[in-house]
Ligand binder design. Structure first.
Ligand SMILES: [Zn+2]
Length: 438
């Protein structure tokens, strides 16, 4: 879209935001709001209410509230897409609802309901002179982040998504998926392991990024050296972390693995240098993959990463009260439920029927599926509730996403807006309202 029309659409969006503000009562008066507010959206992909509860029980117990649920304001968001056929969203439509404030059909990635170009929150942030960043514990070119930073007609156009990030000059790009940034035949910096890892780009986008002024990191040492203001890190994605089950692999000693909370900490260091503020979108993609695979064990480990990222951000907010943090999900994945292990002394049978990928890539036999005798599948429990003698197991109803509402928790300016039940497009409404103040 030509920049002039983009600016005018943005101006209209901000006027609308301001108009809706004056029409509603606010517990934050204008004078209390910061002049240059920053915004962080942290999405646990597929993290529904039961996932959040299981993570709480298993890792934090009953006495200590997990960091993502300890934020001061809580509400719910619906997840239904603007689709003529489907009641349940995919990640692309879910993230687009946040990014442009409109419900769109499934598969739509950052474009309007009719496939038209519209300004995303990231465009609006850039027009305000803010710094922008995208962070993922998995491929950075995944649909959720692309909806903000590189709208495309098809979410699978990963190489085009990478190019779009560079075209927009997004300041911080941290995540996995190196293979989309190098042309076929060039393995990149991280040794390829298997066919899935082979480069599939058509030009060296890392070289292009460096020519554009990006610093580039591919392992812990080069990552620690990043100072910005523009930085690209293509490191080992956290799917490898789940492979502690792979014999001989230990992510703690993998030089190419950088923990998600370290990615976030560095992003804040770099983006926080801009006096006009920043807009950062973070996705934990692992939660969704684990839901599709019915792997509760690793889903909860991914949830621990989400909490670690929240801890880094809430620590940062102590010195930066102008930062709004929103923690939510695009949808639930797997129809997960928490169940008793025993009922009247008898095993409560799992009704789990099928997973997207029942055989995890590190194993040769299904580990996530119901056992012939009706016991608890290996990756469904029983799990202890931390600090108690009680246990729970999980069960699943589908290998796909479900249509439940998802929790949203928030801290910072206008965080109180998230109290109550709202459509998922409300994320866009609150953020444009916050920015419309200036
Ligand atoms: Zn999914």
């Amino acid at each position: 879209m030509p920049s002039t029309s983009r600016v005018s659409v943005i101006a209209a969006a901000l006027v609308l935001g301001a108009a809706s503000l004056s029409a509603c009562s606010s517990s934050s008066s204008d004078s209390e709001l910061p002049k240059n507010p920053s915004v962080i959206i942290l999405s646990g992909d597929g993290m529904g209410p039961q996932q959040r509860t299981a993570i709480q029980y298993y890792l934090y117990g009953l006495d200590e509230r997990q960091p993502m649920d300890a934020l001061p304001y809580t509400g719910f968001l619906d997840t239904i897409p603007g689709d003529p056929e489907y009641a349940v969203t995919d990640s692309a439509a879910g993230a687009t609802a946040w990014a442009i404030g409109k419900k769109v059909p499934n598969g739509t990635t950052g474009l309007g309901p009719d496939g038209e170009s519209v300004p995303t929150l990231l465009d609006i942030a850039q027009d305000r002179g803010m710094s922008t960043g995208l962070v993922n514990d998995h491929d950075i070119t995944n649909a959720t982040l692309a909806a903000f930073g590189s709208p495309v007609p098809d979410r699978d156009l990963k190489v085009d998504i990478a190019k779009g990030y560079l075209d927009r000059g997004i300041d911080v790009l941290f995540g996995g998926g190196e293979k989309y940034w190098y042309p076929e035949g060039e393995p990149g910096k991280i040794p390829d392991e298997g066919e899935d890892d082979v480069s599939e780009g058509d030009e060296n986008l890392v070289a292009r990024a460096e020519a554009d002024g990006y610093q580039y990191a591919y392992d812990q040492t080069t990552f620690d050296a990043l100072t910005g203001p523009k930085a690209l890190a293509l490191v080992q994605d956290s799917a490898k972390r789940r492979s502690t089950e792979i014999e001989g692999y230990d992510y703690n000693t993998d030089p190419y693995y950088v923990a998600p909370e370290k990615l976030v900490s560095k992003a804040l260091d770099i983006l926080g240098a801009n006096d006009k503020g920043f807009f950062l979108v973070i996705e934990s993609d692992d939660l969704d993959s684990d839901g599709h695979e019915h792997d509760a064990q690793n889903m909860m480990l991914a949830g621990e990463s989400v909490n670690n990222m929240v801890k880094v951000i809430t620590e940062y907010q102590k010195d930066h009260p102008e930062v709004l943090l929103i923690v939510t999900a695009d949808h639930e994945t797997g129809g997960m439920t928490i169940e008793n292990v025993l009922d009247d002394g008898e095993p409560e049978p799992n009704s789990d029927q099928i997973a997207d990928d029942p055989v995890p890539y590190w194993a040769e036999i299904p580990e996530n599926m119901p056992l012939p005798g009706g016991g608890v599948p290996k990756r469904s429990g029983p799990f202890p509730i931390k600090g108690t003698d009680r246990e729970f197991k999980v069960d699943w109803t589908t290998p796909e996403h479900t249509g439940t509402m998802v929790p949203v928790t928030a801290a910072g300016p206008l965080a109180e807006r998230f109290t109550g039940v709202h459509p998922n497009t409300y994320v866009y409404d609150v953020i444009t309202e916050l920015w419309g103040h200036n």
